[in-house]
Design a protein around this ligand. Structure first.
Ligand SMILES: [Zn+2]
Ligand SMILES: [Zn+2]
Length: 134
């Protein structure tokens, strides 16, 4: 067993798979249950409402929503990290996820942009000719 400082409260504890101590795990679970109960009782609550009612950061509420562990009402929908469309599960909307998965997105389009720039300066083609000669 290795001793480590809890990521949340800084106390020393016997490190488990999580970076926080058993005390904080229990507290987090409690907060999670409170958030869940609040959402059940207030189905028009927004993320801000929940955060201020429970006394936690909006980011924590968002984190739980993204994990998909909470029932999400219309008012709790949050923006897709890529296009900003309202979503209720995960970090991206379905469309963006599909694009990400088909890998024609992000790295690939960045690469294409670079190639297009090179093409415009002629560098791209001369490089390719060199390649063919070899
Ligand atoms: Zn702790
Ligand atoms: Zn999206």
């Amino acid at each position: 067993m290795a001793l480590a400082n809890c990521d949340r409260c800084g106390k020393l504890f016997n490190k488990t798979t999580r970076g926080i101590c058993p005390n904080c795990v229990r507290e987090e679970e409690q907060v999670f249950e409170e958030i869940k109960a609040y959402i059940r009782a207030n189905d028009a609550a927004t993320i801000e409402d929940v955060a201020s009612a429970i006394g936690v950061d909006e980011e924590l509420v968002l984190h739980y929503l993204q994990e998909g562990r909470l029932e999400i009402t219309e008012s709790l929908a949050y923006p897709c990290l890529n296009c900003g469309k309202s979503i209720k599960i995960g970090k991206y909307c379905k469309t963006c996820l599909e694009e990400l998965e088909s890998s024609m997105f992000g790295v690939a389009s960045e690469l294409k942009k670079k190639l297009d720039t090179k093409k415009a300066t002629g560098a791209y083609f001369s490089q390719r000719d060199d390649f063919k000669k070899r």
